[in-house]
Design a protein around this ligand. Structure first.
Ligand SMILES: NC(=O)c1ccc[n+]([C@@H]2O[C@H](COP(=O)([O-])OP(=O)(O)OC[C@H]3O[C@@H](n4cnc5c(N)ncnc54)[C@H](O)[C@@H]3O)[C@@H](O)[C@H]2O)c1
Ligand SMILES: O=C(O)[C@H](O)[C@@H](O)[C@H](O)[C@H](O)CO
Length: 250
């Protein structure tokens, strides 16, 4: 299952898992938005079941897990991807901005994991991949609620790993660096910003479609059977700090 799969990284994760042999349950706030992606997955020879899910709505979370289990009998893999951002200087962040980002990225991630984790525990098997970010381990100006939510996802991952490990359920956090999507496309429209970003990334480019495939398949499969509670950064190295340490490089 991949949440928030109507576009962006959610589709990249879904595509990677389908290519590796998974049938997919995909979720979105609007079920109809999933139709083109479900068709694409079917052309890869896998089944795809679309389910409506708003991760900010308790009633929606309460309902969707049973629908998901009914679709394929059980869910082996959950990629907790749905998320959002409010990019503003900290002094301008409103109460509503904070609630939007934390409710979606942190509360949503927890209660979706709980709803599906319950079923995984019954089967004594599960792979939960919570999507974090380089902001799970670094602070960025202008992203206070987002960084707080992603730091929380990293900590939540460790806690759930300890709770559910005894039941055969692993819980890890896949933390992407900077990938151009709907969420951040306005940043990429500014060439100066792109040059600045590239300069700070040791591998000298933002993430491309495909860069997350190996990591999501690893964390979703038995290749990572003895890995739990970890945060795997797939970020071209930007989380190393990338601050210039010698004057002649400036
Ligand atoms: N793009 C990046 O560089 C990057 C880096 C690190 C982490 N992330 C995270 O990866 C995830 C995917 O982001 P993206 O870049 O593809 O952005 P995106 O905005 O294209 O996709 C976000 C997805 O989450 C869904 N969503 C938002 N609020 C929701 C809600 N309340 N209920 C259900 N679904 C909801 C959206 O509909 C969309 O499908 C997000 O959690 C994002 O924060 C993105
Ligand atoms: O909206 C944004 O500011 C970006 O999409 C961020 O989400 C970053 O890309 C990412 O989280 C860094 O890892």
């Amino acid at each position: 299952m991949v949440t928030g799969a109507s576009r962006g990284l959610g589709q990249q994760f879904g595509r990677a898992l389908a290519k590796a042999g998974a049938d997919l349950i995909v979720t979105s706030r609007k079920r109809d938005d999933l139709a083109p992606f479900c068709r694409e997955i079917e052309t890869l020879g896998r089944d795809a079941a679309p389910i409506q899910l708003d991760v900010r709505e308790k009633a929606s979370i309460d309902r969707f897990a049973d629908e998901a289990v009914a679709a394929f009998g059980k869910v082996d893999i959950l990629v907790n991807n749905a998320g959002c951002n409010a990019r503003k200087p900290a002094l301008d962040v409103t109460w509503d901005d904070w609630n939007l980002v934390l409710d979606t990225n942190l509360r949503g991630t927890f209660f979706v994991a709980q709803a599906i984790g319950r079923h995984m525990i019954e089967h004594e098997y599960g792979r939960i991949v919570n999507i974090g970010s380089v902001t799970s381990v670094m602070g960025y100006a202008g992203l206070a609620p987002y960084c707080a939510s992603r730091g929380g996802v990293k900590q939540l991952t460790m806690s759930l790993a300890d709770d559910w490990g005894r039941h055969g359920v692993t819980v890890n956090c896949l933390a992407p660096g900077w990938f151009r999507t709907e969420q951040n496309k306005m940043l990429y429209e500014n060439e100066r910003w792109v040059e600045y970003l590239k300069d700070r990334i040791p591998l000298k480019r933002p993430g491309l479609p495909g860069d997350l495939e190996g990591a999501v398949v690893f964390l979703a499969s038995d290749a990572s059977a003895y890995v739990t509670g970890q945060t795997l950064l797939v970020d071209g190295g930007i989380s190393t700090g990338a601050t210039k340490a010698t004057l002649d490089e400036v």
